[in-house]
Each structure stands twice: as structure tokens, then as C-alpha cells.
Design a binder for this molecule. Structure first.
Ligand code: HEC
Length: 175
């Protein structure tokens, strides 16, 4: 009981000075900040606050043959992320979050969702078809998707996509 009374006293001692301090100068900061009020015109954005360049460097293909040409051309894209243990560990988490449902834990294309694909199953990521592709080509697939395969440029940042590629290349592949 005594303990509780002490705790109450201590919290009162802390809370009271704070509640007396309503009139500190910085209490007005939120009110005084430059902001748009209703009916006011929008202030022009500061220089550089709206990015107009940068972002995705992999363009959008419009036809199937364009997609295949562009995937081949993407072979020239160099990975900026070396396949370190850390990168592969991150890639595993991203793979298990985004790819496993279709491609399966072992990359065999037999994930629970993958089994529902009738026309074309998700590829077996262990096959040379994927393993022999340049990292840049896989980057193209992850960025732009592939027929029934969704794209990942919104769910994974470019660096995260390279982590997934490092994981797929080191953990899968029937040697
Ligand atoms: C919704 C199911 C689905 C998900 C999720 C998925 N894939 Fe796929 N993936 C497919 C299908 C289906 C194909 C075969 C596409 C085709 O050729 O029509 C494929 C093909 C591929 C290919 C071969 C592309 C090529 O060169 O033809 C790679 C590599 C690949 N997936 C990697 C991944 C990775 C890595 C992830 C996670 C970031 C992922 N996939 C997530 C369904 C999926």
C-alpha cells in the first residue's frame, strides 16, 4: 500500500510541473508554422523537393518480343550489391515474403499459389534457365514482371531486388 502511495506521489510530482507549463513559447510552434489554411493557394515546392529524375532505369516493354530483347539488354546491368552473407540473409527474408508462395521454399515452382497455375507453372528457379541468366536479366524480371508473374518494383526497392537475386543465385541451382 505504502509502495503505491509513494508511486502516486512521484508521478504527481512529475506530472504537475509539466501541466503548469502550458505557456512555454514553443507551445505555439504548431500554430505559427508556415502552413496552408483553407482557401489559400498552395505554396510552390522548394527546389528538389519533387524528384523529376532518378527512379527506375528499366523501361517498360510493350510487346512480348520487346520484353525479351529488353531482358537480354538488361544483362549489361551490373549488380551494385555483392553477394555477402548479409545480402543473402536479407534476400532470404524478401524471397520468403514475396516469392515463396509461387516458387516454393526450395524454388521448385511448387508454392501453394504456384500449384494453382494451369497454363504455365512458376519456373523452377534451380534450373539452368534461371541460374544461367545474368543478374541483370533477373533484375529485369523482378522490375517488370513476366506474363503471369507480378512485378516487384513497388514492393521491393532496387537494392532489395538485388538481395533477392543474390539469394536465388546462391541458394538455388542443382550443381
Ligand atoms: C504469383 C506467382 C508468382 C510470384 C509471387 C513470383 N513469381 Fe516468378 N514466376 C511466376 C510465373 C508464373 C513464372 C513464369 C512466367 C512465364 O514465363 O510466363 C515466373 C517466372 C520467374 C522467373 C523466370 C523469368 C524468365 O526469365 O522467364 C524468375 C527468375 C522468377 N519468376 C523469380 C521470381 C522471384 C525472385 C520472385 C519474388 C520476388 C517471384 N518470381 C515471384 C510466378 C510468380
Amino acid at each position: 500500500m505504502m509502495k503505491h502511495a509513494n508511486a502516486l506521489l512521484v508521478s504527481l510530482l512529475i506530472v504537475m510541473p509539466c501541466s503548469l507549463g502550458w505557456a512555454y513559447p514553443w507551445d505555439q510552434d504548431m500554430v505559427d508554422q508556415p502552413s496552408e489554411k483553407a482557401q489559400e493557394s498552395i505554396a510552390p515546392p522548394g527546389p528538389g523537393s519533387v524528384p523529376i529524375n532518378g527512379g527506375e532505369t528499366v523501361p517498360l516493354p510493350l510487346t512480348e518480343s520487346q520484353a525479351s530483347d529488353m531482358k537480354d539488354a538488361a544483362a549489361a546491368i551490373e549488380s551494385p550489391v555483392p553477394a555477402t552473407r548479409e545480402s543473402i540473409a536479407r534476400g532470404r527474408i524478401f524471397y520468403e515474403t514475396h516469392c515463396l508462395v509461387c516458387h516454393g521454399a526450395e524454388g521448385r515452382g511448387d508454392g501453394l499459389v504456384g500449384q494453382k497455375f494451369i497454363e504455365k507453372a512458376p519456373v523452377d528457379l534451380n534450373d539452368p534457365y534461371t541460374q544461367d541468366q545474368a543478374d541483370g536479366q533477373l533484375f529485369f524480371t523482378l522490375t517488370r514482371g513476366r506474363v503471369k508473374m507480378p512485378f516487384y518494383r513497388d514492393a521491393l526497392s532496387p537494392l532489395e531486388r538485388w538481395d533477392v537475386i543474390n539469394y536465388v543465385k546462391t541458394e538455388f541451382g542443382d550443381q
